[in-house]
Design a protein around this ligand. Structure first.
Ligand code: 7XF
Length: 394
């Protein structure tokens, strides 16, 4: 034991790690890990031996979470990020370079759209937006430069679906090297597993259902081992450095334990809310894959095990009345994000999708009057009662 107070304050007494076997993996809140000796450090850096040495490179909590999500998605490997956008950009930087062509569906989360539309052309990447729900439109765009196809299904914010197996088959028949990237945030692996349908890479904003409690921003990417090694070494390690902190990883790992229970409840409540809205005279249209009126209800039944808990709708009302309706909701909180215990309501055209111009919104099938609802875990009759009283205000 050191004699000096300052030194004792720093090195103190360390608990004997062999005395316990924690049920839950502890939070490894440390930036660096001590080497056994110089040779050990050199081996870890050279990749000749597995182990943790610096939290930006890898950390036990983020690795455990990444492996858990990969397992649930039937993927070989995974890597976590400090945001969903960190995950999106890491995939882009890892696989696309100047001269490459990216074919993307035109209905995407607003910041993903902005990255593709404004950001990537700056680096010489050709981006073609199309409606991937129409397989013929994809075949027209495929070219020797096509490196990646990117889609969300169900798409944010209008719940458009894309047949993952059909897109993967058309692209891979043309060139098996084309990477099919699916943002599976809205469905989660509990409802839909894109890798089983032919996708190469699946990514998530784990901010949403996987964490499930509205208290974390994070992302993840899963896929084949060799692809994830690229995302980890290029995308994460030096292109964007958007590493997930140990505490956030720990929280999301905890959230995933109840993912199936939460999703079952989210889905059954959402069905009740969607039916209520569809039958209300002040509602013009409801977009929810579980309703028979959804144009792709059959695809939803084939591709997803349940219909999720995201929906969008339009009122038979003026812009001012729609705004009054949103402002009148009390239990349904007026906020972006989704997949939380709390029901969240928001206006995509002026919020999550304000990166789209008016013509781009129309082209992407995002009406200016669309309202998006993320049905939470409250008693569904209370959510319905809140929507009803808000509808009564207009
Ligand atoms: O970086 P984030 O964790 O916020 O995730 C980005 C992201 C990626 N993919 C999809 C399908 C998403 O929905 C998001 C984030 N969406 C939030 C929303 O639509 O409410 C962002 C609020 S501005």
């Amino acid at each position: 034991m050191q004699e000096n107070f300052n030194t004792r304050a720093i090195h103190g007494h360390k608990v004997d790690k062999t005395l316990c076997d924690p049920l839950v993996t502890p939070i490894y809140q440390t930036s660096t890990f001590v080497f056994e000796n110089a040779a050990h450090g050199a081996k870890l850096f050279a990749g000749e031996q597995d182990g943790f040495f610096y939290t930006r490179i890898d950390n036990p909590n983020s690795r455990e979470l990444a492996m858990c999500i990969a397992d649930l998605e039937n993927a070989e490997a995974g890597v976590c990020f400090s945001s969903g956008m960190g995950a999106v950009t890491a995939v882009i930087w890892s696989f696309l370079s100047s001269g490459a062509q990216l074919i993307a569906d035109k209905t995407l989360y607003g910041c993903t759209f902005e990255l593709f539309e404004q950001g990537l052309p700056q680096y010489g990447v050709q981006v073609d937006f199309t409606d991937l729900a129409d397989p013929a439109s994809l075949e027209k765009l495929l070219s020797p430069k096509t490196k990646m196809i990117y889609l969300e299904t169900p798409a944010n914010p209008n719940l458009k679906l894309i047949d993952i197996a059909a897109v993967a088959k058309a692209a891979h028949d043309y060139n098996p090297e084309i990477l099919i990237v699916v943002d599976n945030t809205f469905a989660t692996p509990y409802l839909q597993r894109p890798i089983d349908l032919g996708a190469d890479i699946v990514l998530h904003s784990t901010t949403k259902y996987l964490n499930g409690h509205g208290d974390v921003i994070a992302g993840a990417v899963v896929g084949r081992q060799e692809l994830i090694a690229d995302v980890q070494t290029k995308g994460l390690r030096y292109f964007n450095g958007a590493v997930l902190g140990p505490f956030e990883a720990w929280l999301i790992r905890r959230g995933i334990k109840t993912l199936p229970l939460r999703m079952d409840r989210h889905c059954s409540s959402a069905m009740k809310v969607a039916e209520f809205l569809e039958n209300h005279p002040k509602i013009k249209v409801v977009y929810f894959p579980g309703l028979k009126s959804h144009p792709q209800h059959d695809l939803a039944t084939r591709q997803m095990s349940q219909y999720g808990a995201m929906m969008a709708f339009e009122l038979n009302a003026t812009k001012e009345e729609s705004e009054k309706f949103i402002n009148s909701c009390k239990l349904c909180r007026l906020a972006v994000s989704l997949g939380d215990c709390e029901t969240l309501i928001q206006h995509p055209a002026s919020m999550t999708h304000s990166t789209y111009g008016p013509e781009e919104l129309a082209d992407a099938g995002i009406s200016e009057s669309l309202i998006r609802l993320s049905v939470g875990l409250e008693a569904p009759e209370d959510v319905i009662a809140d929507l009803e009283q808000a509808l009564n205000q207009i």
